[in-house]
Ligand binder design. Structure first.
Ligand code: NA7
Length: 537
């Protein structure tokens, strides 16, 4: 164990995924002492927790990796979109290069933290009863740290195996020849269904909302091909930060109806052929703003998906002619053979908007129409209390003892999506009111991480011991986040972006919808204008 009780450190980071490791690496270079507390047993964050069948990143390499030369220079991948096992190996490589683990305490879950004004230090409590004190508290807990379980009756009675995607047994689950149910059709549900169908006897997907899934266009990539490209990486990573979502491509600087129907069709085809998120994030620039433009894209998507499904009942459930929501206002999954797979007679899709799940019995899932469907394995791909759930679940108290869960009960308030008023010397990344869900993880982490490190360096240089965001700055940031979102089609759709997936959670935009370049500009201005929006002492 790398820490004792009563640990004292400059910086305590929570979470050893992309965010936490990046912060530690950059802060060490500035002479800060850092420790990471990590609830899991290994590095990798979501890639440590996610080992469900088919778990795979939806962003291409080398976009989905660190821009740190000593990490990328001698690392290569086997596929365009790597699976979780390879991502775990990547984190081992990162550890070798950056010597991360010596400063990580694993299986150490933070359950409470409060800033002590007299000593100007955070006092952090862990689940096993230990205490740490740190000048800075940095939260890198990601946006999916709190699982969402449905509350159906009888789940505990089920005699087969039932697992949430983020709690999948490390040893795997033998689905060979078995009857598998997958509940949920987010990115996770699509991946589990596709992968388990390779060996299972049957796969039944319980779908509440169709996933407007896009073709992944997965392909193996050779070592040679990657090595040849390494000299372009600095340029690739520089460009990454100039795009809306931190990718290698950006929205087209044309509107949908600027083109003739033939030109449009050809462009859509091209985006599908290129695969990945291109049809979402490299589409016409009015896609997420204009209803008619969006409908045009939806019609193309539906035509493509429907052509792959021969069973008319399944076709109408999976890819209805009327859009279930504006295209791209929920996250599209990347699929490989999802539609052909579900089209097979042994597999099925159940529309649980029409006939909701009533209960789970010893052997079956019963829907409200009285129908029982029997299963050996149930995969719950029901998602997370996304974006805010993790931070609300850590016992973080402000200087007056108010829990963040209380502060954020009626809605979310932060400044720059990295700080909270009343929580001095605390920074977070890849969370609420940052570019988080509308960006590539590593891009967001590096953009925000660099800002946090520069802010801390400036505090050190100017001998400032205390920094706290003002209420006014928070109010203005919340307004900014809301106004940016209100210009788009996002607010019209019930999604986890809007907090709408968790019963009782306030409905509000949880992410900054202005894109990474604008976000970076706004954050840099606050820093360059002498910590504008903060009180310092
Ligand atoms: P998501 O995207 O939140 O998907 C959860 C799915 O589960 C979604 O289809 C939900 O339907 C469905 N769901 C949630 N609760 C229920 C209940 N109670 N009954 C039936 N169906 C339910 O989570 P993922 O894990 O797939 O992905 C999370 C993100 O991680 C992903 O976007 C990537 O960025 C990485 P709904 O759509 O709400 O109707």
């Amino acid at each position: 164990d790398s820490y004792k009780d009563n640990l004292e450190t400059d910086v305590l980071i929570v979470g050893a995924g992309f965010g936490g490791i990046y912060l530690m690496h950059k802060l060490r270079q500035q002479g800060f002492n850092c420790k990471i507390f990590e609830a899991g047993k290994e590095l990798g964050g979501i890639w440590h927790w996610n080992c469900y069948p088919g778990a795979r990143v939806d962003t291409q390499i080398p976009i989905y990796e660190y821009s740190i030369p000593e990490v990328y220079e001698d690392w290569t991948w086997s596929e365009r979109y790597p699976g979780f096992a390879e991502l775990r190996k990547y984190f081992e490589h990162v550890d070798k290069k950056l010597d991360v683990k010596k400063d990580v305490a694993f299986e150490t879950r933070v359950v409470g933290a409060q800033f002590d004004k007299p000593s100007a230090k955070w006092v952090i409590k862990t689940e096993d009863g230990r205490t740490a004190r740190a000048r800075y508290l940095l939260l890198a807990t990601g946006f999916a740290a709190k699982r969402h379980f449905p509350d159906w009756m009888g789940m505990d009675k089920f005699k087969g195996e039932i697992h949430h995607s983020s709690f999948w047994p490390d040893a795997g689950v033998d689905v060979k020849g078995k009857r598998v149910a997958v509940v949920g059709t987010g990115s996770t549900g699509v991946q589990i269904a596709q992968e388990t169908a390779k060996t299972a006897g049957s796969v039944t997907v319980f779908q509440r909302t169709p996933n407007l899934a896009l073709p992944m266009q997965q392909k193996p990539i050779s070592e040679d091909e990657q090595i040849k490209r390494k000299s372009d990486y600095p340029e690739i990573y520089k460009n990454r930060m100039t795009t809306f979502a931190g990718f290698q491509y950006d929205f087209l600087q044309r509107n949908t109806f600027d083109d003739s129907p033939e030109e449009r069709e050809a462009f859509y085809e091209e985006l599908f052929k290129n695969g990945g998120f291109e049809f979402w994030l490299a589409n016409y620039k009015d896609l997420l703003f204009d209803k008619d433009a969006n409908r045009e894209a939806y019609n193309f998507w539906a035509k493509k998906a429907r052509a792959r499904i021969t069973d008319p009942r399944k076709r109408d459930i999976l890819a209805p002619l009327e859009p279930p929501h504006a295209f791209g206002t929920k996250r599209p999954s990347l699929e490989q053979n999802f539609y052909e797979m579900l089209d097979k007679p042994e597999n099925d899709v159940v529309d649980i908007k029409a006939t909701p799940i009533a209960e789970v019995t010893e052997t079956s899932i019963k829907t409200e129409d009285g129908k029982h469907r029997e299963f050996d394995v149930i995969a719950l791909a029901t998602g997370f209390d996304s974006v805010t759930g993790g931070m609300k679940n850590m016992g973080l108290r402000d200087v007056d003892g108010v829990d963040l869960a209380e502060k954020w009960k009626m809605g979310t308030w932060s400044y720059l999506g990295m700080t909270c008023s009343g929580y001095p010397n605390m920074f977070f990344l890849y969370g609420a009111q940052g570019p988080t869900a509308f960006s590539n993880g590593p891009s967001c982490v590096e953009c925000q991480g660099d800002w946090i490190v520069d802010a801390m360096k400036k505090l050190k240089d100017e001998d400032i011991k205390y920094i706290d965001a003002t209420h006014e700055a928070e109010e203005a940031w919340r307004k900014n986040v809301t106004e940016l979102s209100d210009k788009t089609l996002f607010p019209g759709t019930s999604s986890w972006y809007m907090g709408a997936n968790i019963p009782g959670k306030p409905r509000e935009q949880l992410n900054y919808a202005g894109g990474i370049p604008l976000y970076e500009k706004e954050c840099r201005e606050a820093l360059n204008n002498g910590f504008q929006g903060f009180v310092t002492a």
